[in-house]
Design a protein. Structure first.
Length: 152
């Protein structure tokens, strides 16, 4: 049974849906949850360097924002009476997908619960899919939670 559930979060509605599912599972199994956030400085720096506006101050703001995202997630988990851990990573240490997989190994997670946008076609080609890469290399099962359907 799942006793240690790792949940990558980025503050988006999609990652919040993943956290919600992880909380439901943890309540059923008595699992502990670990939320992780990756400060994706590489993507930000790449896009901002073209505009010539990237600075160390921006990186610090990204870290502060990441800490707030983690704190909010920890509060949600704790309010549900569950044990929770949190960790912040910088993407300068590697790709987001690799950091998540490494965190799962290091923490000895039994399951990764991950919100995904479910992009297809050109959107997936252009943006890539951290979720797909995590599924391919994860040492444990991965539960993908799709984004809410948008109304046409």
């Amino acid at each position: 049974m799942y006793r240690r559930i790792l949940v990558p979060i980025d503050g988006s509605a999609t990652s919040t849906r993943g956290l919600t599912e992880a909380i439901k599972l943890a309540k059923l199994t008595g699992a502990r949850i670990k939320v992780v956030h990756v400060v994706d400085e590489i993507s930000f720096a790449t896009s901002m360097e073209a505009a010539g506006t990237y600075s160390g101050e921006v990186a610090e703001l990204l870290r502060e924002s990441g800490e707030k995202i983690l704190q909010h997630a920890k509060s949600r988990v704790a309010k549900n009476g569950l044990r929770v851990d949190a960790e912040l990573f910088d993407s300068f240490a590697g790709r987001v997908c690799d950091l998540v997989v490494d965190a799962a190994r290091a923490w000895r997670a039994d399951l990764i619960v991950l919100g995904t946008h479910g992009r297809r076609g050109i959107g997936r080609l252009m943006l890539g899919s951290d979720a797909e890469l995590i599924v391919r290399s994860a040492p444990v099962p991965v539960l993908l939670v799709r984004a809410a359907e948008s109304r046409a």
